[in-house]
Design a protein around this ligand. Structure first.
Ligand code: SAM
Length: 175
């Protein structure tokens, strides 16, 4: 009995290690192509962010590089009705969809390169990316998004004056 339990524990531990190793290898390959690793936005940022932006059931929110959708699920809890996550990594996109299904959430995940995303309907756009990619995305957003869009950035966009700042990031309002 003890031997069987021990064998099962070793087997599960091994399986877990294999999953970890596969996930690590997958992350390395994805990073090689897109140069942005998946890191979830820590929850500590949300209270301050959601004090600064107004959200209601009509608000359309895009997270460009949504990962597993942490920001979007937090926005949904605060009443946002239209939530779209754009994610290039197939694994993260499917895990996000699974999470949304388990939570009975309305958050949608689209597997896409965000440089190809149509942003015309967005009211709020959330970005947690690398400083290198932000200026390029800023020009796309300025060109395509409607006036009044609020751009929440964990970090900053160089040479752009924010509308509001929070601990760890900035909010830019398009004119
Ligand atoms: C730092 S994570 C942020 C995750 C999520 N926004 C959050 O805050 O919890 C950046 C994510 O952007 C994704 N990403 C990077 N480049 C992308 C691109 N060109 N198009 C779509 N997603 C991209 C990565 O796969 C990664 O999951």
């Amino acid at each position: 009995m003890l031997k069987t339990t021990l064998n099962l524990s070793i087997f599960l531990l091994l399986l877990f290690d294999i999953f970890l190793l596969l996930y690590f290898l997958y992350s390395v390959v994805v990073y090689f192509f897109i140069r942005v690793a998946y890191v979830a936005t820590p929850k500590k940022y949300f209270p301050e962010i959601f004090k600064l932006v107004e959200i209601n059931s009509q608000t359309v929110i895009y997270d460009l590089g949504a990962g597993l959708g942490n920001f979007l699920f937090a926005a949904e809890k605060r009443g946002a009705g239209h939530l779209v996550g754009i994610e290039i990594s197939p694994l993260h996109c499917w895990l996000g969809r699974l999470k949304a299904w388990l939570k009975k959430s309305k958050v949608k995940f689209i597997r896409q390169n965000f440089f190809a995303t149509d942003l015309a309907s967005a009211d709020i756009i959330y970005l947690f990316l690398t400083p290198k990619i932000l200026p390029r995305l800023w020009f796309k957003i300025k060109k395509e998004a409607k006036p009044g869009v609020q751009l929440i950035v964990l970090g900053e966009i160089k040479n752009q004056r924010p509308w509001r700042s929070f601990h760890g990031g900035n909010i830019y309002q398009l004119t």
